[in-house]
Design a protein around this ligand. Structure first.
Ligand code: SF4
Ligand code: SF4
Length: 423
C-alpha cells in the first residue's frame, strides 16, 4: 500500500477559492469545490508552487520547529549548500558553520561534503558503465516523485546513489557516536532545508527504508538567529571545509559541473524539467550521459524556504566558490553500500483511469466526448485547471457539467429564448 506523506498543507479557513493555485499546479492535483481548494494526495509532488502563488497564504510547508530538537541529548546541524548563499560578504562558509555552534548544535556536518562523495561515486559508476544512461540525478525529491508517478520509462534512469543530505546524515551520526561513545538514538540530525520537498523525502523516503535525518528545519526559520549568532566573538573553530564542487550543488548545474564527465544536461524550474523529462521519454534528447534537474528556479537557492533572492543567492554562491579549493571530499572507511539505495524505486500508477484496458478506453472516449461539449476556454472557473481535467472529473463522477459557467450561461440563454417564444 503506497503512503503519501506531504509537506505541503492547506489551511481551508484561509482559502477563498480563487483558483490561482489550481492553474499553477504542475500535476493537476488541485481542485476548488464548494469554494475551497483541496489537494489529491496521490498526485501532489510537493513542489511548493501552490505555496508561492497563493495570495491568501492558505498553503504552507510542514517542517519541524527548532524546539523539537530538544528531545535529543545531542544535535548535529546539516546545513544545505544553499544556506551559505543567504548571507552577505562571505569569503567562505566558515562564519556560518561556526555560527551554527553558536546556536547550540553539538556538531556541524556540511551536506556539501555528502555531495562531493555522491559526485565521486557517480563519476566512478559512469566510468564503469554501471548506470542506465542517461542517469538522472535524485537530489531533487520533486523530480524523483514526478518520475515515479508520470514517467514509467525513466524510472530505471534514476541514479541509485543516496542524495547528499542522506549521506551526510548517516556519516555525521556514525562519526559523532564513535567520538562521543553515545547511541544513535541520543543524536538528532537537523537538516537546514531550502524547500519543503526535502522534508517529504526524509519522512517518506523513496529508494531507502529509513532516513538518517531526524528533523527538517527551514532556512527561513533559522536565518535570523543564525545571523545574530554569527556575530558572537566566542565561537568554536571549525575543522576541514568542503570545497567549491560541493557548494556548487546549491545552484542549478552545480551537480553536473562537479562530474568529470562533460556529456551532461542541467535544467531548472518545474515547467522546464517536465519538458526535459517528456523529451527524454520520447527519445528527443539523446547523447547525454547525465541529467541534473532541479524543480526550483535556479536550483536549491530558489527554494521557497530561503530568504535571499535566488539570482542574488546564485551570484553570492559563485563568488564564494572562487575562494575555495577543489577538495573532492572523500573520508576514509566509508563503504560504498553506505551511499547506495536499499532498493530500486517502483513506478506508482496514479494516473490510470481503470486497471482494465477496455474500461479505460471506454472512459477515455467518454472524456473526449464530454470535453467536446465544453468550450475549450481553460478558464479554471469550474475549479479544475483545464476543460480536459474538468471532462475527466465529470466522467469519473467528481463533478457535473453545470459547474461550467459557460454551460450554465448557455442553459440560461436557451431558457430565456424559450420564454420569449412563449410570450
Ligand atoms: S490560491 Fe488556492 S489555496 Fe490559495 S486561496 Fe486561492 S484557491 Fe485557495
Ligand atoms: S505542492 Fe505542487 S504538486 Fe502539490 S498541490 Fe501544490 S502545486 Fe500541486
Amino acid at each position: 500500500m503506497e503512503s503519501f506523506f506531504h509537506s505541503v498543507k492547506l489551511n481551508k479557513e484561509l482559502c477563498v477559492g480563487c483558483t490561482n493555485c489550481v492553474k499553477r499546479c504542475p500535476t493537476g492535483a488541485i481542485r476548488v469545490r464548494d469554494g475551497k481548494a483541496f489537494i489529491t494526495k496521490e498526485l501532489c509532488i510537493d513542489c511548493g508552487e501552490c505555496i508561492s502563488i497563493c495570495p491568501h497564504h492558505a498553503k504552507s510547508a510542514v517542517v519541524d520547529s527548532r524546539d523539537s530538537a530538544r528531545r535529543f541529548r545531542y544535535t548535529i546541524a546539516l546545513p544545505a549548500p544553499s544556506l551559505y548563499a543567504q548571507f552577505n560578504n562571505l569569503r567562505d562558509q566558515l562564519p556560518v558553520l561556526r555560527g551554527l555552534y553558536g546556536l547550540g548544535f553539538d556538531e556541524v556536518y556540511e551536506v556539501a561534503k555528502g555531495a562531493e562523495m555522491v559526485s565521486s561515486l557517480t563519476d566512478q559508476y559512469l566510468r564503469e558503465g554501471k548506470l542506465t544512461l542517461p542517469a538522472i540525478s535524485c537530489a531533487c525529491p520533486v523530480v524523483v516523485r514526478l518520475i515515479r508517478t508520470r514517467f514509467p520509462n525513466l524510472i530505471n534512469h534514476i541514479l541509485p546513489i543516496l542524495p547528499p543530505v542522506e549521506v551526510a546524515a548517516r556519516l555525521a551520526k556514525r562519526d559523532f557516536c564513535a567520538k562521543m561513545g553515545c547511541t544513535p538514538e541520543e543524536v538528532g540530525t537537523v537538516f537546514l532545508s531550502p524547500c519543503p520537498a526535502k522534508s517529504t523525502a526524509c519522512r517518506d523516503p523513496l529508494g531507502f527504508d529509513k532516513s538518517a535525518v531526524d528533523l527538517v528545519v527551514s532556512i527561513k526559520d533559522v536565518y535570523p538567529t543564525l545571523l545574530a549568532a554569527m556575530k558572537r566573538p566566542d565561537l568554536p573553530e571549525y575543522g576541514e571545509l568542503c570545497g567549491k564542487m560541493g557548494l556548487g550543488w546549491g545552484i542549478s548545474g552545480g551537480e553536473a559541473a562537479s562530474l568529470t564527465h562533460e556529456n551532461y544536461l542541467a535544467a531548472d524550474g518545474i515547467e522546464n524539467i517536465i519538458r526535459v523529462l517528456e523529451d527524454l521519454e520520447d527519445e528527443h534528447i539523446t547523447g547525454v550521459d547525465f541529467v541534473e534537474l532541479n524543480a526550483c528556479p535556479g536550483g536549491c537557492v530558489g527554494g521557497i524556504l530561503t530568504v535571499e533572492n535566488p539570482f542574488m543567492a546564485r551570484a553570492k554562491m559563485q563568488r564564494m566558490q572562487k575562494n575555495l579549493a577543489v577538495t573532492g571530499y572523500q573520508p576514509r572507511g566509508v563503504e560504498e553500500r553506505l551511499l547506495l539505495f536499499d532498493h530500486p524505486i517502483q513506478f506508482c500508477e496514479v494516473l490510470s483511469l481503470d486497471q482494465d484496458l477496455a474500461t479505460a478506453m471506454e472512459l477515455l472516449n467518454r472524456i473526449d466526448e464530454v470535453e467536446s461539449r465544453l468550450f475549450g476556454m481553460d478558464c479554471g472557473a469550474c475549479g479544475a485547471p483545464s476543460c480536459r481535467a474538468m471532462a475527466t472529473d465529470i466522467v469519473m463522477g467528481r463533478a457535473s457539467e453545470d459547474m461550467c459557467i459557460y454551460k450554465l450561461r448557455e442553459g440560461l440563454a436557451q431558457q430565456t429564448d424559450k420564454e420569449e417564444v412563449l410570450v
